[in-house]
Ligand binder design. Structure first.
Ligand code: WT7
Length: 670
């Protein structure tokens, strides 16, 4: 295995033609972006269309210091634009109407289609007109619960065209979670599909939406319109059968409408809504350490500049390349690097509906070959899952089109990095380990494929305009080598501006621990060469297969069960998922812990949060390790989870016998 010293140089053939082709060039550009952000981003802004021109005097303003007043960030304030216009009309006007924007690849290999820029523009205009006809206005929120289909992209851009704020919820979240999010953002319109095949599993999305809308209605919030794409009828099911359109999906009169009954008829002329640079473009929920999800708000102009620029440089995207990001559109990666970043660069992308394992475990590689993909972007959890199968599945496929391989979502372990580099990249590709967050809008730490010598597992260096720092517990900056809290000292264009309806929570969550800095919640280490290595969350958050969730939200679900008195959840390392949930519960006096309770608890978490949050282990704990003041010592629980008896100092525990009892009561299969 590579030691920290191992360095892999960018392949000369990648570096030679790259936008940034040496480390010195990266450093020079970086310095300019820090010294003169107006000039750096102003140059980039020129390629986009501004209805009201940019005013250089109000180009960039911010306050990151809570002691000096409210936190805010403004880029290009005063300018007006429309992001859908910039992504579509502008590219069509530049002569790229016939260029393919998306190759859609279905779950079943027999299903595929494509959409050009011109056609995408037409569909977006149609859908935008439909939204307007349903009364949706600038600033209104539209809830979206969709699979990876072309209509998902059309929905996002249709919202953007009329200035409506899209609020996607990953279609793996449960009806309860979706309802909570619809209520929070007060969406009156919902867009979904009847269902989708993922591998051999059928997900009935509309049914889940029905449950969510019912829950909302019980709380006095009525969704007025639900637009449903009839998808199942046009795809091949795993058994090879084509289903009929308008299958058994129940439609509620007056509320639910089929996409195909209203969109194709609509006009392809749609005047864009010119919005302010700082008007919201979308919101996206992310887990908060206190349980209630946070509605991260991104605005228009800065996000456009940042999505476009990171996409161009980090993937080194050239006009004839084909790019593929496997992330679901329901996550920030899907927003920035499936939709906004690629289209802003007039890119051709693959949009894939299925899983890496269907019909066989070589599907990813066959799709790369089929479309001659040049940039491939996926998550460490997928790489680790695919590594388990025989190497020949990768080796026998022609992957020579690949140039850049991306990784996102969690730290990539060196074993997975090497497998990705050697087997998939054939030692000829650059790997970009991109560190970022829902909140950051785009990559903030990352190598550049033609410029940065790679170290397996290091997110390396800041992107242009980003100024990272490592702080110790008392907020002192660690210069040079060392480990600390990863923070940022100033805003870049793509950073979130607020939490929906809750600016105070925005300020306390991200800006109160270290005044003057945006606090990521991650730890990082700087090595002797200045490389940054993200070490993982420093707060009570878990990262299961790249899905971030808080211990608090899982705990509150577990304690909802009438037989559970108390619950504590910790992360346990997992070979494929990165981390998994290890739950400790104490039962109420009269309860016996048995398989029935265990099943019910797992089911409850699936229902309340989603299948991806299902606990791997639930331990019946006699008691939880608490300090005299009643705080649960998670440090000890993390040791119990991995059966490591080296628990350290337990003198602050109210009852130190608990520790022994916890080890004794570990489930046999844990
Ligand atoms: C958290 C953000 C970024 C889009 C997908 C996740 C972890 C993300 C990396 C990486 C180490 C990473 C961090 C971060 N993370 N990328 N390359 N190396 N850790 O977005 O759900 O907002 O999660 O994912 O812990 O804080 P998210």
């Amino acid at each position: 295995m590579p030691s920290e010293k191992s360095v892999y140089l960018p392949n000369p053939s990648v570096a030679k033609n790259a936008f940034v082709s040496s480390f010195a060039q990266y450093q020079e550009m970086y310095q300019k972006s820090i010294d003169n952000p107006e000039e750096f981003w102003g140059e980039i802004a020129k390629q986009f269309y501004w209805e009201t021109p940019i005013d250089i005097n109000s180009f960039f303003r911010y306050n990151f210091d809570i002691r000096k007043g409210p936190i805010y960030t403004k880029w290009l304030d005063g300018a007006t634009t429309n992001i859908a216009y910039n992504l579509l009309d502008r590219n069509v006007k530049n002569g790229f109407g016939d260029k393919v924007a998306f190759y859609w690849e279905g779950n079943h290999p027999d299903d595929y289609s494509r959409l050009t820029y011109k056609k995408l523009l037409e569909e977006v205009c149609r859908f935008a007109n439909v939204l307007r006809s349903k009364g949706v206005k600038k600033g209104d929120r539209v809830a979206v619960y969709m699979p990876m289909i072309l209509e998902a992209v059309i929905t996002l851009l249709g919202c953007a065209r009329i200035g409506a704020v899209h609020s996607l919820v990953f279609a793996g979240f449960s009806a309860d979670s979706f309802a909570e999010r619809i209520l929070d953002c007060e969406a009156r319109v919902l867009v979904t599909a009847d269902g989708v095949w993922r591998g051999e599993k059928l997900l009935s999305l509309k049914n889940i939406c029905d449950q969510s809308m019912n829950k909302c209605a019980q709380k006095g919030h009525n969704v007025k319109t639900c637009i449903v794409v009839s998808h199942l009828g046009r795809v091949t099911s795993p058994s090879g059968v084509q289903k009929n359109r308008n299958n058994k999906t129940p439609m509620q009169e007056g509320r639910d409408v089929w996409w195909h009954d209203i969109v194709p008829q609509a006009s392809t002329d749609c005047v864009p809504e010119w919005v302010q640079a700082e008007d919201p473009l979308f919101m996206l929920y992310t887990s908060g350490s206190t349980g209630k999800p946070k509605g991260v708000v991104h605005t228009t102009a800065g996000y456009l500049l940042y999505a476009a620029t990171t996409f161009k440089y980090v993937f080194d995207y050239k006009p004839n390349d084909v790019y593929w990001c496997t992330a679901d559109i329901g996550w920030i990666t899907g927003h920035t690097y499936v939709v906004y970043g690629p289209l802003a660069n007039c890119a051709t992308s693959v949009l894939y509906e299925g899983t890496p394992f269907y019909p066989n475990n070589d599907r990813f590689w066959l799709v790369v070959k089929k479309y001659k993909v040049n940039q491939f972007y996926t998550a460490p959890t997928a790489i680790r899952a695919l590594m388990k199968f025989e190497d020949d599945l990768v080796k026998r496929v022609d992957l020579s089109s690949l140039k850049v391989l991306g990784s996102v979502g969690e730290p990539i372990n060196p074993e997975a990095w090497m497998w990705y580099y050697k087997l998939v990249g054939r030692e000829k590709c650059s790997i970009v380990d991109t560190f970022w967050q829902t909140e950051t809008g785009g990559h903030v730490l990352t190598p550049l494929p033609g410029a940065t010598p790679m170290k397996p597992g290091a997110a390396a260096f800041p992107f242009f305009g980003v100024q990272p720092a490592l702080l110790d517990e008392s907020g002192n900056e660690i210069k040079g080598e060392g480990e600390g809290y990863l923070v940022f000292a100033r805003p870049w264009p793509g950073i979130m501006r607020t939490l929906y309806n809750n600016h105070p929570r925005y300020e306390t969550t991200y800006f109160s621990k270290f005044p003057g800095y945006y606090c990521t919640g991650d730890g990082a280490r700087r090595d002797a060469d200045g490389y940054l290595w993200v070490t993982g969350r420093v707060d009570d958050m878990l990262n299961v297969s790249g899905h971030l969730m808080s211990t608090a939200e899982v705990e509150s679900v577990l304690t909802e069960h009438p037989n559970v008195a108390e619950a504590a959840v910790v992360a346990k390392p997992h070979p494929v998922k990165g981390e998994c949930l290890y739950c400790f519960i104490t039962t109420t006096d009269t309860t016996r812990f048995d398989d029935k309770l265990l099943t019910e608890l797992k089911q409850l978490v699936r229902e309340r949060i989603g299948p991806f949050a299902q606990p791997d282990v639930v331990q019946n704990a006699p008691a939880l390790p608490k300090t005299r003041s009643g705080k649960i010592m998670r440090r000890i629980l993390r040791k119990v989870a991995v059966n490591d008896r080296d628990v350290g100092d337990v003198s602050t525990l109210a009852d130190s016998h608990v520790v022994e009892e916890l080890f004794a009561s570990r489930p046999v299969n844990a």
